[in-house]
Design a protein around this ligand. Structure first.
Ligand SMILES: Cc1ncc(COP(=O)(O)O)c(C=O)c1O
Length: 470
């Protein structure tokens, strides 16, 4: 008798059984146990996740913006299935068509938009791509120190952690001699120099940064020869984990002028804001700045494969300066990833996200602004495209309210909201300097009806939290 395979033998376990195993055998070192409410999801489609009872959860975080084009996107999934049946595996030292075409498409698009030639190098996972950007910077400039933003997040490998501002992420891992010099991000709602919550106080944070270059005693530059100790500035054009913070539109242009004067490279980390999250392929396109390096990951494959990558200007990455073997990973340009990435780029080319995303974002933001008027606990709402923020505060509309934020998130995950006429859940992600910001990253295909439903579910969860019901 032929033995059944383990997969055929495996009866589905129920949630209780799985949670018991999880508590014993899964490391708690990831982010699962941030939430009180632990959910096991069984299916995903469009903007929805489904639990074992079939309850539908409207997802407003889409895998932190990795699944921008909707769960189970048929067109993208079909490409992946086809690739599995043709060239599913190939060592990265050999070439395949999808890798070459994907790198060409990204480079040609950047050349068209920014007028600069460059090349793409693939890796796996956002943090590893950030590491490759760090390698390119170090190799080209010969410098190790870099600038990065307070509130910035670039990943959890050691080098990416060194340029991520939270000390909590470094605390247990020894001294980071390559720790970045962290500069305040232009966070208008909490600008320490501003007298108004809603306006930016004349870019005073930028002026403080620029002042560093005036005298050698401010520690970053030799004004005599303009040589700066720092090789690059790692930037998130819209700060992601920091709370979907949209900077003033002229900020990066002014910053870049200072960096250019001192030959400091501008690295745009687009891992979370790339692939039309903000209404453009790259978020930095909004700011009239030409980056030296772009780092991408997440939605490149709609979350179907963890490939990531960097694009760098030719002078930084040409074979003469960045030759064979300068960096490598076994899975870096795996054919399933490149096929999915190419399919995403083709989908983008044939879509109209340039118009649709800003339109949907504006509709969503208008609704959020109306909600903010009703509840003083919402201190700030803002957004660029479909990267939207809701900052939860105390009744004074300013003091951060982490407790209320957590309550709302956990209520959403319980899956017993009633808005829209049936039992539903709401999936929200929390970010922000005080962990009091809902960072909304809905599917780019979200409809106006689904935006309305999102708002109804959010308001119901908010009301329950305020009433002390959970
Ligand atoms: C801006 C940014 N950079 C880097 C990373 C790290 O990417 P990964 O988690 O794939 O390593 C993230 C992840 O959230 C991110 O948002």
């Amino acid at each position: 008798m032929v033995k059944k395979s383990t997969e055929q033998n495996m009866d589905q376990m129920n949630d209780e059984q799985l949670l018991a195993l999880e508590s014993k055998y899964c490391s708690w070192g990831d982010t699962v146990h941030y939430a009180k409410q632990l959910n096991i999801f069984r299916e995903a489609e469009g903007i929805y996740l489904y639990d074992s009872q079939g309850v539908e959860y409207l997802d407003l975080q889409m895998w932190y913006s990795a699944a921008n084009f909707g769960y189970k996107n048929k067109r993208l999934n079909d490409v992946l299935k086809k690739q599995i049946d043709t060239l599913p595996q190939l060592a990265c030292q050999y070439l395949h068509e999808e890798k070459i075409r994907l790198a060409a498409k990204i480079s040609q698009d950047i050349e068209k938009k920014f007028g600069v030639k460059g090349r793409v190098h693939f890796n796996v996972g956002g943090a590893q791509a950030v590491e490759d950007a760090i390698k390119v910077v170090r190799n080209f400039t010969g410098k190790i120190p870099v600038f990065a933003f307070m509130g910035g997040y670039h990943g959890r490998t050691l080098a990416a952690t060194a340029i991520t501002s939270s000390y909590r992420y470094r605390e247990h891992y020894g001294h980071f001699s390559d720790r970045a010099h962290f500069i305040p991000y232009p966070y208008r709602f909490r600008c320490s120099a501003s007298h108004s919550k809603d306006s930016c106080c004349d870019l005073s944070c930028l002026k403080s940064f620029q002042k560093l270059f005036e005298s050698e005693y401010y520690s970053v530059v030799n004004p005599k020869n303009k040589n700066c100790e720092y090789g690059a500035f790692f930037v998130e054009p819209v700060q992601a984990t920091g709370g979907y913070i949209v900077p003033p539109m002229n900020y990066f242009k002014e910053l870049k002028k200072t960096l250019d004067k001192h030959h400091v490279l501008f690295v745009s980390d687009e891992i979370q804001m790339g692939f039309y999250r903000t209404g453009k392929l790259w978020a930095i396109e909004h700011f009239d700045v030409v980056p030296d390096i772009i780092v991408f990951g997440k939605a490149l494959t709609n979350g179907l494969n963890p490939i990531s990558g960097i694009w760098a200007k030719e002078e930084l990455i040409s074979p003469e300066v960045f030759g064979p073997g300068m960096t490598h990973s076994t899975f870096s340009s795996n054919p399933l990833g490149t096929a999915a990435g190419l399919a995403v780029m083709n989908l983008i080319e044939e879509s109209n996200f340039d118009e649709e995303v800003p339109k949907k974002g504006a509709y969503f933001l208008k609704k959020l602004q109306a909600l903010q008027k009703k509840y003083p606990y919402i201190g700030n709402v803002d957004g660029l495209g479909l990267a939207l923020r809701i900052e939860m505060c105390q009744k004074d509309s300013f003091t951060p309210n982490r407790e209320l934020t957590d309550k709302i998130m956990n209520i959403g995950l319980k899956g017993d909201l009633q808005a829209g006429g049936k039992k539903r859940g709401l999936v929200l992600d929390i970010g922000g300097y005080y962990k009091n910001v809902f960072t909304l990253a809905p599917s780019l295909y979200i409809t106006e009806e689904e935006i309305d439903l999102s708002l109804m579910l959010f308001e119901e969860a908010l009301q329950k939290a305020l009433a002390g019901r959970s």
